[in-house]
Design a protein around this ligand. Structure first.
Ligand SMILES: *Cc1c(COP(=O)(O)O)cnc(C)c1O
Length: 406
């Protein structure tokens, strides 16, 4: 039994939502209070298995910024082939999982010299984003006496449409413009750094398989062209990911089958003949963990204002900014929201708000819930990615929520 809009994989027991097989009331008691985030390890495991089953033999990496919780990383470390990190702390947590350093890449447009130094010392591959960064990497590499492993992040000469967040084509702070990459490759050769390959990440939160296929094709073609100027063989060809998850009622889940078929063709027809045994890397964040997480709050107050019923919960946008519609969304829509219990009787229309003193703190506008009041649990779904660490936790100085992996 399920309620509308709730992602697949969630189960109900005696009318109560369960997460990781645990009824929500009991989980809240175990955590010791609300609000909290819970991530379901079974759902993460299943999602990775689905991706592996649909895609040909590729190297699957997890983009840590989607959710860097250490226990979750440890779990993912058993499932994926590597990690992509974007800060020194993400790198430390990724290394803590025991995943070998040569399966970790470090991307990001503002890597400090200290971060570059930590990455080179660790043996992590640096995704160099600009000529200036390459100069600093060279100095760090010489200073440490360690040959840095370097991949080139390319700002492609095309853009992917249909992405929630576009990160390619036109001017960008990410990567080096494709037309300037040959100079960068020549410099890597002159400096004697260890060339690892290319990284092209063209967008995020894409639900259109056809467009993802197109982006993958253009990415592979671009890399083949650039590889002719590379100072060594391409070991890794990171083609990004950008697989989206459905947040809103009209969103259809991404169909992986055509993406897998397209990728298999690209491997057979282009990568193997032209790039030998280069490993193709698909790097996913949100898609692996987003649907495996819930944000659980408890109703503090129920009030009616001029005909609108408000449920005021003990959490809010300071923990789950994206659900409030303030994380880059153009139009605010509700993330799936449910009461922790399936009620009997007619559902009612209520607006769920957080406890912050700002009208921005809206978690569910005019949602249909069973009769719910103070003490009851309210759950926001699709909270496994870009939740807690993408939220202004200190805004209004409420306590930080707990995160559990169940
Ligand atoms: C953010 C990011 C990702 C992850 O994007 P998702 O939409 O979470 O899959 C992957 N690669 C790079 C370079 C990123 O910056």
């Amino acid at each position: 039994m399920s309620a509308p809009g709730i992602p697949d994989g969630y189960r109900w027991s005696s009318g109560q939502l369960t997460v990781g097989g645990i009824p929500l009331d009991r989980l809240a008691a175990r955590v010791g209070g609300t609000p909290f985030f819970a991530y379901d390890r079974r759902l993460v495991t299943e999602r990775v298995a689905q991706v592996r089953a649909a895609l040909p033999e590729v190297h699957l990496r997890y983009a840590v910024k989607a959710n860097p919780m250490p226990a979750l990383l440890a779990h993912l470390g058993q499932l994926v082939d590597g990690f992509d990190v974007a800060s020194a702390l993400e790198m430390r947590h990724a290394l803590d999982t025991g995943v070998p350093a040569d399966r970790i890449s470090f991307a990001g447009p503002g890597k400090t010299t200290a971060e570059l130094s930590a990455a080179v010392a660790a043996g992590v591959t640096v995704e160099v984003e600009s000529p200036g960064e390459l100069e600093r990497l060279r100095a760090v590499s010489e200073g440490l006496g360690i040959q840095a492993s370097v991949a080139v992040r390319v700002n492609p000469d095309f853009a992917v449409t249909g992405s929630g967040m576009r990160m390619g084509g036109g001017p960008q702070q990410f990567g080096t413009d494709a037309e300037r990459v040959p100079e960068l490759l020549a410099a890597i050769g002159r400096y004697g750094l260890a060339f690892d390959g290319f990284h092209v990440f063209a967008g995020s939160q894409n639900l259109d398989a056809e467009r993802i296929c197109q982006a993958q094709r253009r990415t592979v073609e671009l890399v083949v062209k650039l590889a002719a100027e590379a100072p060594g063989p391409v070991r890794h060809l990171n083609i990004g990911g950008g697989f989206g998850i459905p947040y809103f009622p009209k969103d259809r889940p991404l169909d992986l089958a055509p993406i897998g078929a397209n990728l298999a063709r690209l491997l057979d027809d282009v990568v193997r003949p032209l790039l030998g045994d280069a490993e193709v890397v698909v790097e996913l964040g949100r898609y692996l963990v987003g649907e495996a997480g819930v944000y659980v709050t408890r109703v503090v107050d129920r009030k009616v204002s001029r005909g609108t019923t408000y449920l005021v919960v003990d959490g809010g946008m300071h923990h789950q900014l994206a659900a409030s519609g303030n994380f880059g969304q153009v139009i605010r829509r509700n993330y799936p929201v449910a009461a922790g219990r399936l009620g009997d009787g007619e559902p009612e229309t209520v607006t769920v708000v957080g406890s912050l003193c700002t009208p921005l703190d809206l978690l569910g506008k005019a949602v249909r819930l069973p009769r719910t009041g103070p003490g009851d649990l309210v759950v926001v779904f699709q909270a496994g990615a870009y939740g807690l660490t993408a939220s202004p936790v200190r805004f209004l100085s409420h306590p930080e929520p707990v995160e559990v992996l169940v």
